[in-house]
Write a new protein. Structure first.
Lengths: 212, 212
DNA sequence: AAATGATTTAACCGAATGGTCAAAATTAAA
DNA sequence: TTTAATTTTGACCATTCGGTTAAATCATTT
C-alpha cells in the first residue's frame, strides 16, 4: 500500500496529527495540514467540519494512546519489581518514538482542563486500586504504599518517565555543553528510573544505613 | 501606588505576561493584551515594536525567574540533606504561586528549542559541578552521585518538583474522582519529595533490607 | 504662553485565516 | 451507457490579526 492508496480521511488525520503535535492547536494552520496531506483545503472541512472537530479527533486519539501505555502494567503477570522495570522500559521506548507527544497533550490539557473529563470518565480509580491491592498486597505493605500516599507515588513514577521529554530542550541544551548525549541519557534512564523508584519506596531506615 | 500610577510600559509588560502565560505565544492576541492593560493597541507597538519583541521580553524574564529558583540551593549554607529539603519547600511554594509557569516555559521551549541557547549561555556547568564537589565531597560519595550520573539525578529532582504542575489537570482530575485534594497533595509533596529523593540515592542495598 | 518632545488614540491597511459553495471530476449504481 | 451519488477542487467571503500612520493630547522647557 503506497501513500496514494491511503484513504483521504486517513491521510488528513495523519497529517493533522503531525502538524497539531508540532505546532499545537493555535499554531497549526488548516492550510499546512491540507498541503501536508496533498489535498485541497476544502476537503478538510468536507471530512471534519471544523478545525475544532479535527483537533478533537486527533487529541482524543493521541491522549488515549498515551494513557493506554500505562495500562499494561496492571495486566502483565510480573512481580511488583518487574512491573516497575517493565513500565519504564516500555514507556520510555514509546516516548522515544513520540518525543513531542507529552508536551502536546499536557499543554493542550493545561490550556483547556475541561478536556480531561472525557478522557477519564470511564476510569474507575477505586476499582483499579482494589485490583492492584489484591494482586500485590504483600508488596504494597513491603513498600509502604497506601491508599493515602498512592498519588504521591504514582505521580513520581510518571514524572521520572515523562519529564525528560517535557524538558528535552533544556536537558539536551545543558548536556551538550558538557559533551553528554541526550539519547544515551534516555537509554540509561530505562534502568536508572526503576532502581531509583524501588530504592526510594523501600522501608529501609535511611539514617541508619548510609554511613558507608 | 494605584493601578493608574503604574508606568504604561509596566502595565503592558504585566498584562502581556498574564496573557502569554495563559494562552501561549500563538493563542495570545495583541488586542487582548491591550484590553487587559486598558490601553490602545497601538501603544503596544510604541513600546515593544512587534508581538515577537514583547513575547521575548516576557519569556526571558519568566524563564530567568524560574531557573533562578534553582540557584539558591548552591549558595545556602546547609547540609546536603537540608539543601534537598530546602529546595523542594521553596520551589514548590514558588510554583504554587505561578502554577502555569512551567507548562508555558517548557512548551514554548519545545516549540522553539533555539531559545534555550540564550538562557544558558552564561551557565558554566563545569564550574558549578566543581563548586558542588568541593562543598559536598563527602555527601556526593556517600550518595554515589558522580559526574556521570548527575544528569539522571538532577532531572529526577526537577521532575519531582515540576511535574505535578505540568500534569495538574490530569492529577487533580483523577484525584477529584476519589475525593482527594490537589492542594493538599502539593503540601504533602514538599516533604514527600525530599524523603523520596534521599532514600532513592542512598547506597543501602535494597534487596538485603526490605524483608520487613 | 509658546514651543518642543513624548505619549496616546482612532482610523486604517494588507495579509492571513477558517470556512463556504457551486461546479467539476470521479466512482458506483441502474 | 446513463444516472445518481460521492469526492475533490478553485474561487470566493467575512473576519481577524499584527502592524502603521497621522493627528491629537499631555507634559516639559523656555
Amino acid at each position: 500500500m503506497t501513500e496514494n492508496d491511503k484513504l483521504t480521511e486517513e491521510k488528513i488525520f495523519e497529517s493533522a496529527t503531525e502538524i497539531f503535535i508540532e505546532k499545537g492547536m493555535d499554531g497549526a494552520r488548516m492550510k499546512d495540514i491540507a498541503d501536508h496531506a496533498g489535498i485541497n483545503k476544502a476537503l478538510l472541512h468536507y471530512y471534519y467540519r471544523t478545525k475544532d472537530h479535527l483537533f478533537n479527533a486527533v487529541f482524543e486519539k493521541m491522549a488515549g494512546l498515551m494513557f493506554k501505555k500505562f495500562a499494561p502494567v496492571f495486566d502483565e503477570r510480573l512481580s511488583f519489581e518487574d512491573k516497575i522495570k517493565f513500565f519504564f522500559r516500555e514507556h520510555i521506548t514509546f516516548l522515544q518514538q513520540n518525543p513531542r507527544l507529552p508536551a502536546f497533550i499536557l499543554y493542550e490539557l493545561s490550556r483547556h482542563p475541561e478536556r480531561i473529563k472525557k478522557l477519564i470518565q470511564n476510569l474507575d480509580v477505586e476499582k483499579l486500586w482494589e485490583t492492584l491491592e489484591k494482586q500485590h498486597e504483600k508488596d504494597l505493605k513491603k513498600y509502604n504504599i497506601t491508599k493515602e500516599n498512592i498519588p504521591q507515588f504514582m505521580t513520581s513514577v510518571a514524572a521520572m518517565s515523562v519529564f525528560p521529554f517535557l524538558a528535552k530542550p533544556i536537558i539536551s541544551g545543558v548536556m551538550e555543553k558538557i559533551g553528554y548525549n541526550f539519547d544515551e541519557y534516555l537509554e540509561q534512564r530505562k534502568s536508572y528510573a526503576p532502581e531509583f523508584i524501588l530504592k526510594a519506596i523501600s522501608k529501609t531506615n535511611r539514617d541508619e544505613l548510609t554511613l558507608t
